[in-house]
Design a protein around this ligand. Sequence first.
Ligand SMILES: CC(C)(COP(=O)(O)OP(=O)(O)OC[C@H]1O[C@@H](n2cnc3c(N)ncnc32)[C@H](O)[C@@H]1OP(=O)(O)O)[C@@H](O)C(=O)NCCC(=O)NCCS
Length: 198
Amino acid sequence: MISQCLKRRDSICGLSLSPMRMTFQRLAGAPDVADTILSIPHPYKYGMAEKWIGGHQFAFKNGTDVHFTVVKNDGNDLVGAISLMRVDQTHVHAKLGYLIGVPFWNRGFCTEAANAVLSYAFDELNLNRVWAHHVTRNPASGRVMQKIGMQHEGCLRKHIRKASVFEDIEAYGILRSEWKTSAPQSSPATKTVRQTRL
Ligand SMILES: CC(C)(COP(=O)(O)OP(=O)(O)OC[C@H]1O[C@@H](n2cnc3c(N)ncnc32)[C@H](O)[C@@H]1OP(=O)(O)O)[C@@H](O)C(=O)NCCC(=O)NCCS
């Protein structure tokens, strides 16, 4: 999927971006997406997506991060991205993070993708724990974490600073022992997503 997209290259502002990368640049650059992700600034300038994606292969080879695209099964539409980051073999855990493009919100895409990535984390990487954080004012992300069986583990008060404002963070986690029993699997009606490594 990715390799096919990389065959066609377009040029913008002197940068070479594949169509999929340009779509990602657009999705991640939406103010409503950048607003609740610490690592995404707004404006999300051309080249930032390239730089982020450019580090993925090294991180994957190093075993620290695994990044996936979320793509609709009924076409090639890029819906978003989802990642396991900070994979730590000492503690056998990793951080889950995701973003879905605004036009695709509230259609179950993130929940389905996150379920698939948890399966990868526990069944393929044999992790013991997956954890995630969201800013308190982003209840949709918390709802996704709840729907995939993560437990709310507490509030980290004023833990981050985004655009000069200190913000509270909600901490979630799921253990390997809880995964098969607690995680609701996606319904056939929402089987419209597949994950592809960036
Ligand atoms: C958070 C995000 C990934 C969710 O993606 P999504 O594909 O819309 O998620 P889903 O459709 O699988 O589930 C969303 C759930 O949140 C609920 N929800 C949406 N807005 C909500 C709100 N304001 N308050 C409470 N729940 C809300 C939806 O109703 C749905 O729950 P339900 O199935 O019980 O009805 C998406 O909004 C996003 O990318 N936001 C910007 C980036 C971001 O915040 N990433 C997460 C950083 S931790």
